[in-house]
Design a protein around this ligand. Structure first.
Ligand SMILES: O=C(O)[C@@H](CO)OP(=O)(O)O
Length: 209
């Protein structure tokens, strides 16, 4: 049985371009972001993938990416479930601030800890640990049973909600996860075994911006 799970971060957003902490704020995609989503969809189609079901967050950039990918694949009709559980990590008080300005104000190391440590939350926001605690129950209760039942599933979400999932799928530690970056618009293709562990993983090659 095919147990296909494809994870894709949204294409470049207006706030990725402006270098702003985004979190639960809701900027749209840039033109480049739209193109990245389309390229991702075309690549998946060329690889011969099809989906039965899609999941996305409550945020527009992921929803639009999901829709554009499915459009390129000729699969606009499939059921798409939106959930807050897949939202980006909440950046709290940092939301809307420029990342370089934040480094000037609080120092590189503090900003690195907020952005990439496992358990240091940004002020008023979520750590990756908090994000894992939000994303993982939804994955286990909603997404995984579908994949294990043979539904081919697309998840279009965000840098940190996907880092939370990849950490679990790839068996990364609270240390190694700090070095994981997920590029915009790059599908990560997982084939799962019946016991929900990873049989194979491939992805479209692309540099991290
Ligand atoms: O601003 C954000 O919400 C995220 C993703 O763009 O940023 P970071 O790279 O710090 O996780």
């Amino acid at each position: 049985m095919e147990r296909l799970l494809v994870l894709a971060r949204h294409g470049q957003s207006e706030w990725n371009l402006k270098n702003l902490f985004t979190g639960w704020r809701d900027p749209g995609l840039t033109e480049k972001g739209v193109e990245e989503a389309r390229i991702a969809g075309r690549w998946l189609k060329e690889q011969g993938y099809e989906f039965d079901l899609a999941y996305t967050s409550n945020l527009g950039r992921a929803q639009r990416t999901c829709a554009l990918m499915l459009e390129e694949m000729g699969q606009t009709g499939i059921e798409t479930i939106r959930t807050e559980a897949l939202n980006e990590r909440d950046y709290g008080d940092l939301s809307g601030l420029n990342k370089d300005d934040a480094r000037q104000r609080w120092g590189n190391e503090q900003v690195r800890l907020w952005r990439r440590s496992y358990d240091v939350p940004p002020p008023g926001g979520e750590s990756l640990k908090d994000t894992v605690a939000r994303v993982l129950p939804f994955y286990i209760q909603a997404i995984l049973p579908k994949v294990l039942a043979g539904k081919r599933v697309l998840v279009a979400a965000h840098g940190n909600s996907l880092r939370a999932l990849v950490m679990v799928l790839d068996g990364m530690t609270t240390q190694t996860i700090a070095g994981l970056e997920i590029a915009t618009g790059v599908p990560l293709v997982y084939h799962l075994k019946a016991d929900a562990t990873v049989e194979a993983k491939t992805s479209l090659d692309k540099d991290i911006d």
